[in-house]
Design a binder for this molecule. Structure first.
Ligand code: ZN
Length: 502
C-alpha cells in the first residue's frame, strides 16, 4: 500500500477542495475577478532556471522564529539561556505599533499602544495586559532588553494583540489572526501546478533530481506529508517545516522549471527545455514570457559548498558475526543485509544517495562502521538489526547527553554523537510516525547501541521484530518492504530537520 490514509486524504483534498473557495469569502467578487484578469493578461510568468546549481540552506544555521500576521510577516533570532529558547519581546511587538520598554530596578516594563506588560529579572511571574502571567522559565534581562521564553510568546502576543494565535512549536512558526496560506497540487501529464490561496514568493533552488521551494515570509501551511506519484515527470512531493520556514520539495524524474503565474498564486512546474540554461523557457500557449525575472537570488552563504546529503545504511553483523539466530535457519546478518538493500533502493527512488557499510556477507568490526560513516561525512546513519522477540520495529537513539558542538573543535570519539543527538531523536520520532502511517507498530528508545555514540551524524538504529507469531516474517519481502518504504519516507520528510543541525 504505497499511500497511507493521510496521503490519500491529501490526494482527495488536492483534487476536489480547491482552496480558491477559501478566499472567495475574503475578496469581493469584482475585485477577485480583476485580480485574476490582471494575472492572466500580463501573464506574469516568472521563470527560474537554476539547473545544476547546488543551492542549499546554510549549514550552521541560527535559530529563528517566524511570525505571520494577517498583513505582514517577519523573522526574529532566537537565543538560548539555561538551555531554554528566548525571544526579545519588544522586537516581537514592534511591527504592530508603538512599543517602548524601560528598566526600573529589577523590573522591566513594556508599553504597547495602551497596554502594558511587566516582568521581573529571574522571575517566572509577570503581568500582561492587566492579567497575571506565568512564564515557563524565568524572565531574562540583558541590559535593557527583556527576553521571554519562546514558549510564552504566543500567549503574550495573544493578549497584547487580542488575537488568535497558532504556534507550530517544533518549527518555530507563529501564526496570528488565522494567517495561513493553503495550497493544492494539480498533477497532469505535462507537469504539476501548485495553487496557493494567496500570492507567494518562495526561494526556489534546484539540485539534481529535486526542486525545493522555501517559504520564510509566506504563511504556507499543511500537515507534513509525502505524496508519491506515478507521474512521468514528478515522483514525489513532500511538505515539511523547520526553523521558521516551510519547504515544499518536488522530486523530479526530469529537470524541472518553475514558472510563477496568476500573480504569484500559482507555481507551474514543467520540464526544463534541454540545453537552454540561459534561454527563457518556451511560452505555453496563451502566455507571454516578456516579464521573465528571477526571485531573490540565494545568499552567498547559501551558495557555500556543503557536503551532499548521504545516508549510510549499516547492515548489522555479517561474515564471522552471525548476529542472533532468529530461527534454526535464519541468521540476523542475512535479514539486516536484505533490509539494507531494500532501504537503499527506496532511498535511491527519491534521488537520495545511500552508501552501505557492507553489501555482502563479510565481517566488518563495529568501530569500523562508525569510522566509515564519519569519514564519508554522511548526514544520516541507520544501523539495522533484527530480533525474534516482540512485534514491529524498535527505533533506538544513542544514550548520550546533547552537547552544543563547538565548530572546528576537537570532538572525542566516544562523544561524537553528542552534537547530533537532538536531530537523531527528531529523526527517530519521524521514523516512528511514518511507521505508524504504514500500520507497523513501533517503539522509540534510548540505548547504548554500538556504534551510535561514535557517529558524527543523525544516527538511529532500527531493530525489526516479527510482524506476528511467525518469526520468519522478519525476512518476508512484503513486511521488509513496508518497513523500508516507511523509513525512506521518514528520511525524506526529516531531511530539512537533520540538515539544519549539521
Ligand atoms: Zn543485532
Amino acid at each position: 500500500m504505497p499511500w497511507s490514509e493521510l496521503e490519500r486524504m491529501f490526494l482527495v483534498s488536492g483534487f476536489s477542495l480547491l482552496d480558491r473557495s477559501g478566499d472567495r469569502g475574503l475578496l469581493p467578487r469584482n475585485e477577485k475577478r480583476e485580480t485574476r484578469k490582471r494575472g492572466g493578461a500580463s501573464a506574469a510568468i516568472v521563470a527560474v532556471l537554476l539547473l545544476l546549481l547546488l543551492v542549499s540552506a546554510p549549514s550552521a544555521e541560527e535559530k529563528q522564529l517566524s511570525i505571520y500576521g494577517p498583513q505582514m510577516s517577519y523573522s526574529l533570532p532566537v537565543s538560548e539561556h539555561n538551555k531554554q529558547e528566548y525571544i526579545a519581546l519588544l522586537a516581537a511587538l514592534e511591527p504592530f505599533g508603538n512599543v517602548s520598554a524601560g528598566v526600573d530596578g529589577e523590573k522591566w516594563k513594556l508599553s504597547f499602544n495602551n497596554l502594558e506588560a511587566e516582568f521581573r529579572r529571574d522571575s517566572n511571574r509577570g503581568k500582561v495586559a492587566g492579567r497575571r502571567f506565568g512564564l515557563p522559565a524565568p524572565f531574562v534581562l540583558e541590559g535593557n532588553r527583556g527576553l521571554v521564553p519562546l514558549r510564552a510568546l504566543p500567549g503574550i502576543l495573544g493578549l497584547m494583540l487580542a488575537t488568535k494565535t497558532e504556534y507550530h512549536e517544533a518549527a518555530r512558526r507563529l501564526f496570528l489572526g488565522g494567517a495561513a496560506t493553503h495550497f493544492t497540487t494539480d498533477v497532469r501529464e505535462g507537469g504539476l501546478s501548485v495553487n496557493f490561496s494567496a500570492p507567494v514568493n518562495p526561494l526556489i533552488s534546484t539540485e539534481p533530481g529535486r526542486l525545493k521551494m522555501t517559504f520564510t515570509r509566506d504563511p504556507v501551511v499543511s500537515s507534513a506529508y509525502i505524496l508519491r506519484l506515478e507521474n512521468p515527470l514528478v515522483s514525489a512531493i513532500t511538505f515539511s517545516e523547520n526553523n521558521g520556514r516551510a519547504e515544499l520539495v518536488v522530486q523530479g524524474r526530469v529537470p524541472l522549471l518553475a514558472q510563477f503565474a496568476a500573480g504569484g498564486k500559482t507555481i507551474d512546474l514543467v520540464p526544463a527545455p534541454s540545453q537552454a540554461q540561459s534561454a527563457p523557457p518556451a511560452a505555453a500557449p496563451g502566455t507571454a514570457t516578456a516579464a521573465v525575472s528571477v526571485p531573490p537570488p540565494p545568499t552567498l552563504q547559501s551558495l557555500a559548498a556543503k557536503p551532499p546529503f548521504v545516508v549510510m545504511l549499516d547492515a548489522g553483523h555479517g561474515g564471522d558475526d552471525r548476529g542472533a539466530l532468529l530461527s534454526e535457519t535464519l541468521a540476523e546478518k542475512a535479514v539486516t543485509l536484505a533490509l539494507a538493500r531494500r532501504l537503499r533502493s527506496e532511498l535511491q527512488s527519491y534521488g537520495l544517495s545511500a552508501v552501505m557499510s557492507r553489501d555482502a556477507d563479510v565481517t566488518v568490526p563495529v568501530e569500523q562502521r562508525a569510522a566509515m560513516a564519519d569519514a564519508a561525512r554522511v548526514t544520516v546513519y541507520v544501523s539495522l538489526h533484527a530480533a525474534s522477540l516482540g512485534r514491529g520495529v524498535r527505533v533506538y537513539t544513542a544514550m548520550i547527553n546533547s552537547a552544543s558542538a563547538k565548530p572546528g573543535g576537537f570532538v572525542p570519539w566516544d562523544a561524537a554523537q553528542a552534537g547530533y543527538v537532538l536531530s537523531s531523536r527528531a529523526l527517530a520520532d519521524i521514523v516512528k510516525a511514518e511507521l505508524g502511517k504504514h500500520e507497523i507498530p513501533s517503539s522509540k528508545l534510548s540505548a547504548p547501541v554500538k556504534p551510535l555514540n561514535n557517529v558524527a551524524a543523525a544516527a538511529i538504529a532500527i531493530e525489526i521484530a516479527p510482524s506476528g507469531a511467525d518469526v520468519g516474517s522478519v525476512n518476508a519481502a512484503g513486511y521488509q518492504q513496508r518497513i523500508a518504504t516507511a523509513v525512506a519516507e521518514a528520511i525524506v520528510v526529516g531531511r530539512a530537520r537533520v540538515e539544519a543541525e549539521r
